[in-house]
Design a binder for this molecule. Structure first.
Ligand SMILES: [Zn+2]
Length: 191
């Protein structure tokens, strides 16, 4: 593994309380996940008194597929579901703020289905994990060098760097888990 683990990085995540511990999840995936500090976050999942998501388990089993709930080391800047105050606005993914570009990894084993720009999503990668399960990674600043459509990829392998391409105001990952084309909540998926 060519990644340096996260020990000591938490102090660099401006505005985030993410403090992953040693070991556990694959590279790129924080074993713990926090909501970004500062408040005002729509759809924030339940947290303890320190901003950590309650009962967070880094791996979700979705329709028989093991997926990372957070495929980058960041903090939750927007949760899944209806946005507070927004009439009819439904957030189809999980936003993970990283402050500066950080490595995004594949949420699970699969095949790269799409690499390219999509309206609103900016630079995007879509991975098919099974007949029913896909993941989507949006607003990337760059793609990993060896990424090719149709190629196999393993959970934890890098796919690119976070960015703010498309409709984004800060450097973050917009992560979607899709089951038969319908987005589900990455935090609670498989529960
Ligand atoms: Zn989003």
């Amino acid at each position: 593994m060519r990644f340096v683990v996260f020990v000591g990085l938490s102090s660099l995540v401006v505005g985030c309380a993410t403090a992953p511990g040693p070991g556990g999840a694959p590279s790129g995936a924080p074993p713990r996940l926090s909501v970004c500090a500062g408040g005002g976050i729509s759809n924030a999942p339940p947290t303890d008194g320190r901003g950590r998501i309650t009962g967070f388990d880094p791996i979700a089993y979705v329709d028989g597929t093991a997926l990372l709930r957070a495929p980058v080391n960041g903090c939750v800047s927007s949760g899944f579901g209806p946005r507070r105050g927004g009439a009819g606005s439904f957030h189809e993914g999980l936003d993970l703020y990283t402050g500066r570009p950080r490595t995004v990894v594949s949420g699970g084993d699969g095949v790269i289905e799409f690499i390219g720009s999509q309206r609103g999503y900016g630079r995007t990668v879509t991975i098919r994990h099974s007949r029913s399960v896909k993941t989507r990674y949006a607003h990337l600043s760059s793609y990993a060098g060896r990424l090719r459509e149709g190629a196999r990829i393993r959970q934890g392998e890098p796919i690119g760097m976070t960015g703010a391409t498309g409709n984004a105001t800060a450097v973050h990952l917009h992560y979607e888990i899709l089951v038969r084309g319908r987005p589900i909540n990455p935090i609670s998926a498989g529960r």
